[in-house]
Design a protein around this ligand. Structure first.
Ligand SMILES: [Zn+2]
Length: 702
């Protein structure tokens, strides 16, 4: 990048950053995710360090926080507010540790680690033990007066037990459960997240609104306001103990480590567990501080940050990158998916170079152009997706993507009557290939990956899935990279699958609307067809009536029609005939116990006493039906089972709006799918040990 280009880019980045910063700090809205805002800032810092002559005083890199909106009275901070330096990598923490040890001339340092609340930083002044002022962070020098709204926080004392002159600071926030309740109460208002709502509530002119929002505060810092105030606080632990004596709210948990590697282990563990809500509070990382206050004082500050602390930020799940192109991919059902080809970007530890745009409607709605800077989200196991373009970073070279009207693989015109456009050509090579890959994945045939299938199709060795079992060593020798060992492995993997579970096979065929669950129901029908011959393929000669399928529980007409179309097709008859020639045999696994939807996967708390059951029996019945037992009421709980003489749990469940079952309701719900059995029978059936899967299978080989 030359200086001229850098100048343009810097100007764009500054504009976009100020827009985002103002929205975040002054309007309490989030126009782009925080992680993307950080990424923009890093790019700007990077460019400014390459071209220092382009740094201007109005650059967001030269300021802490945001300019004030002027809505609320301004207050100058008595102690300058510093920010924390961010760390994402263990190495950054090791460097931090090295710096500190070098400065303090010591070999060991104790660190305190607290959860980093995703809230709004506030500073409180107590004079003679009385809450005088509450101030926002502002730009670090001047903040806004928010005393009127902070006073609505229920657990914040307006008067301390002792007549102290102190400044305390911490994070103001709205609890997750409160946020969710507020969302339900105000469906028309678009509350983005607890942090934004907390910020918006604190900066209301009318304290009544703040009071309704039920704000919380956790404090973590203290400074005496008069030099003679000696509180004998030497560590973070002392500070929290002191907060207790003054009834000042603080975080319930803190960890102390005497080695940075232990700190790093804890940070990485937190990353891995991906806990973003702790104690009903949104957290976005951890704060690591030198535990000893005297050491902190010696370490001091840089121009903007505290030298004794670091903020460990959880890996961002959203980042921006350049959208180089859009490819239109044909899936096994013929669905056309627009896939963004990206300039590779590291998100949450992995490199992302492709991201989905879902379908034509989404592409249209998001107004994404080829060449745009786009925000990508990748979280956990979900497929990376393009969320939105950052329009202000456009340079005019971007191009409007055109959704194809014909299949990019076979040129047949697409069916565009649904949200998802589809190629309806049954012989579309792209669909065929995707189907073969899906089949091999479903059956878990080792060595039969995407590349091998592509090669087999190229050599015209497979036309239907039955052809997999026709493959000879000679055929496979023609495939690139296939030597003796590899050939042997693939053939033996295929041989292993000559005894196939019929429902699995049916689901693996990728017939439209027939997934694992429907395949199980349909297999049941096939299994009960009158058997006139020993050969399975002979069954395909039998006509199946629509009514016969619709009589099955849980089978809809669309699914039934789709199956009949498949079953009565000539190709299907041939497929089974061919499979039979290759000695592929099917078996029908015994139907598993019916799943009780009222109980399965739900979380229960049991309280009180019951007349027909012991608590242990109830517990066992719930667990055997797939339920989980919790020891106390939290918003995670789905149902409270209430007996006689229920205590505080009942009250708490009511407060959380959790459903409650009395004994009669419990009996009714647990009976589902057990049909007309006595209580003793229910207990007996459910307490028997579950059979192993293998024993469940009747080896009914055709
Ligand atoms: Zn096609």
């Amino acid at each position: 990048m030359n200086q001229e280009q850098a100048k343009t880019r810097i100007a764009q980045l500054k504009t976009q950053l100020w827009k985002a910063i103002n929205a975040y700090f002054n309007d309490d809205t989030e126009i782009i995710p925080e992680s993307v805002r950080d990424q923009l800032k890093y790019e700007l810092i990077e460019l400014e360090s390459q071209f220092p002559e382009l740094i201007t005083p109005d650059s967001p890199t030269q300021r802490v926080g945001a300019p004030l909106s002027g809505k609320l009275p301004k207050i100058t901070h008595k102690n300058r507010k510093f920010s924390l330096q961010d760390a994402f990598e263990p190495e950054e923490l090791r460097e931090f540790d090295t710096r500190i040890k070098k400065f303090l001339k010591t070999k060991s340092v104790e660190y305190s680690v607290e959860y980093k609340i995703d809230g709004l930083n506030v500073t409180l002044w107590y004079q003679n033990g009385q809450l005088q002022k509450a101030v926002t962070r502002g730009d670090g020098f001047v903040g806004e007066d928010i005393t009127h709204t902070i006073k609505t926080i229920k657990n914040l004392p307006l008067q301390l037990p002792q007549p102290l002159n102190i400044e305390v600071s911490g994070e103001c926030f709205i609890k997750r459960s409160v946020f969710e309740t507020l969302q339900k109460q105000h469906p028309d208002e678009n509350f983005a997240n607890p942090r934004n709502l907390a910020a918006g509530s604190v900066r209301q002119l009318d304290p009544q609104i703040a009071a309704e929002r039920n704000l919380s505060i956790n404090l973590y810092d203290l400074k005496p306001l008069t030099p003679e105030e000696n509180l004998n606080i030497t560590t973070q632990q002392d500070l929290f103990d002191f907060f207790e004596t003054q009834h000042l709210p603080h975080q319930p948990e803190m960890k102390i480590f005497d080695d940075i590697e232990q700190v790093i282990d804890f940070c990485l563990l937190m990353n891995e567990q991906n806990i973003r809500v702790k104690n009903d509070t949104d957290i976005d990382g951890l704060v690591i501080k030198v535990h000893n206050f005297a050491d902190r004082k010696r370490l001091g500050y840089t121009a903007k940050t505290a030298k004794y602390a670091m903020a460990w930020k959880f890996p961002a799940e959203q980042k921006y990158t350049k959208l180089l192109d859009i490819h239109f991919q044909v899936g096994r059902t013929g669905a056309i998916t627009p896939v963004g080809i990206l300039k590779p970007v590291n998100i949450a530890g992995s490199t992302v170079s492709r991201a989905t745009l879902h379908n034509a409607e989404e592409l249209e709605r998001k107004k994404v152009l080829i060449g745009d800077t786009v925000i990508i989200r990748k979280a956990g196991d979900i497929i990376p997706e393009i969320l939105a373009p950052i329009e202000s970073l456009r340079n005019g070279d971007e191009q409007v993507p055109e959704f194809p009207t014909t299949c990019p693989e076979c040129a047949q015109s697409l069916n565009t009557s649904e949200t998802v456009y589809r190629c309806t050509n049954t012989h579309c090579p792209a669909k065929k290939q995707a189907n073969f890959i899906f089949f091999a994945e479903k059956l878990k045939i080792e060595g039969l990956g995407k590349k091998t299938i592509e090669a087999l199709l190229e050599l015209e060795l497979i036309h239907s899935v039955a052809d997999f079992w026709k493959l000879t060593p000679l055929d496979l020798a023609n495939l690139p990279g296939f030597k003796a060992k590899k050939i042997e492995n693939l053939l033996s993997a295929l041989k292993k699958q000559k005894k196939l579970s019929f429902p699995l096979f049916l689901a693996a065929l990728g017939i439209r609307h027939i997934g694992t669950e429907n395949a199980k129901i349909l297999s049941h029908v096939i299994h009960n067809l009158p058997r006139e011959a020993d050969e399975f393929w002979a069954l395909t000669k039998l006509e199946i009536a629509l009514e016969q399928l619709l009589a099955q529980d849980g089978l809809g007409e669309v699914v039934a029609q789709s199956f009949l179309e498949f079953w009565h097709d000539e190709t299907t008859k041939n497929l089974f005939l061919e499979l039979s020639k290759q000695e592929v045999r099917f078996f029908f696994p015994k139907q598993k116990k019916i799943i009780n939807q009222h109980v399965n996967q739900k979380k229960f708390v049991i309280t009180g006493s019951f007349s027909q059951f012991s608590r242990d029996e109830i517990k066992k019945l719930l667990v055997d039906n797939g339920g989980k037992i919790l020891s106390s009421i939290s918003r995670n709980c789905d149902v409270l089972i209430v007996g006689e003489k229920a205590g505080s749990k009942k009250t708490k469940a009511e407060a959380f709006g959790i459903s409650q079952w009395d004994e009669a309701t419990f009996l009714e719900k647990i009976k589902v799918g057990v049909e007309q059995k006595t209580l003793e029978e229910i207990i007996a059936t459910n307490t028997k040990s579950t059979d192993k899967d293998d024993e469940n299978i009747q080896m009914n080989l055709f």
